[in-house]
Write a protein that binds this ligand. Structure first.
Ligand SMILES: Nc1ncnc2c1ncn2[C@@H]1O[C@H](COP(=O)(O)OP(=O)(O)OP(=O)(O)O)[C@@H](O)[C@H]1O
Ligand SMILES: [Mg+2]
Length: 341
């Protein structure tokens, strides 16, 4: 059991029954998070990133159909009830929610709310608890943490609240921190600060992090591995360098080509745009769900008829594209030039 990965997800599938039909938000994904690893999960809005995290923690609405497996240190989580999952949440796996700014209760001090998060899982003397709160606020880079602990959420700036949320998530030294889009609501400077905090935490606590974001640029400096998600599927996974320098799925290549490059003279030039919209999750396109937007698709066969499997293209690098071989050597620059021409 000891050599089981920290988190091992296998063929996870999540369906919501709605008035319009069945929404397949997560469509059979498999991945692992190892000890001390930072996994970046990247994808457009609606691709299933948050639902994946919620499914693992058993936080989806009761009527949701969740199948497949998610094992924590070898123990199956899917199917467990709140009573069994509660000790795990926050204690072993902590999540910083996307809407972190709204997550603090306005009528209690920041310090008391972080303190409470500690007390949920541990009996602790109030003096030790208060010290721990100060230590946590310090860890996430809040200046004058002792004074700040006694302030209310409205006295914190947006960026500070976000960091205080991370401090709260870290209260019990979780082995895995899931940070869901901790940066979207923030401006670029604050974004960089929050990422710095995550990096510092990782260096200090060696906890694993699953960092969920829209922005491939955000995860570049911090992730060890990246999983690119599209319409509920992982379409490419691999070490960060391979994803950036040898992408093997047209969607990943498109995301890379859409990144603004500060180090290049893209000034005055239009950025690349992946044309079209993400598909409906109720009536998915047949075959590869990306084919309607793909510049490289061969239609109808095989791209509109056969679902490409997520297959190894290099050791530890996988892509779900019928023509991933054909992308070898193709750079984001060339894709951009093609669109300009
Ligand atoms: N409770 C629900 N009932 C019905 N559909 C849902 C429910 N929760 C999520 N969905 C749908 O599941 C899909 C995936 O949602 P999810 O929140 O995981 O996307 P996301 O990748 O996190 O997007 P974003 O980047 O905008 O946060 C979306 O189409 C969403 O509308
Ligand atoms: Mg989300």
């Amino acid at each position: 059991m000891s050599d089981a990965p920290l988190l091992e997800v296998d063929d996870l599938r999540v369906e919501f029954t709605t008035d319009d039909g069945i929404v397949t938000a997560v469509d059979g994904i498999s991945f692992t998070v190892e000890d001390h690893e930072v996994l970046g999960v990247v994808g457009e809005s609606g691709s299933g990133k948050t639902v994946t995290a919620l499914a693992i923690l058993g936080l989806l609405p009761k009527k949701t159909t969740v199948t497949g497996s998610a094992k924590w240190r070898g123990r199956e989580l899917i199917g467990l009830g709140d009573k069994e999952l509660q000790p795990l949440r926050g204690e072993e796996i902590a999540i910083v929610f996307q809407d972190a700014l709204a997550s603090f209760n306005p009528v209690f001090t920041i310090g008391s709310q972080i303190g409470e998060a500690i007390e949920v899982h541990h009996e602790i003397a109030s003096k030790d608890r208060d010290e721990r709160v100060v230590e946590l606020l310090d860890l996430v880079g809040i200046p004058n943490p002792r004074q700040r602990a006694d302030q209310y959420p409205h006295e914190f700036s947006g960026g500070m609240r976000q960091r205080a949320m991370i401090a709260m998530a870290l209260a019990n030294d979780p082995a895995l921190l899931i940070a869901d889009e901790p940066t979207t609501a923030l401006d670029v400077t604050l974004q960089a600060q929050v990422l710095e905090v995550l990096e510092r935490i990782q260096a200090r606590t060696r906890s694993s992090i699953m960092l969920i974001t829209h922005d491939l640029g955000v995860v570049a400096g911090i992730a060890d591995r990246i999983a690119v998600m599209y319409a509920g599927r992982h379409i490419e996974t691999g070490p960060v360098d391979q994803i950036f320098y040898e992408p093997r799925h047209p969607y990943t290549l498109g995301l890379l080509a859409s990144l603004p490059r500060l180090d290049r003279k893209t000034h005055g030039q239009k950025l690349y745009r992946i044309t079209g919209q993400p598909p409906s999750l109720i009536e998915r396109p047949p075959g590869c769900t990306f084919h309607p937007r793909c510049e490289f698709a061969r239609l109808p066969e095989p791209c509109a008829t056969v679902v490409p499997a997520l297959e190894e293209v290099d050791p530890s690098h996988r892509a779900a594209c019928h023509f991933s071989e054909g992308l070898v050597g193709l750079t984001p620059e060339r894709l951009r030039e093609g669109q300009r021409a």
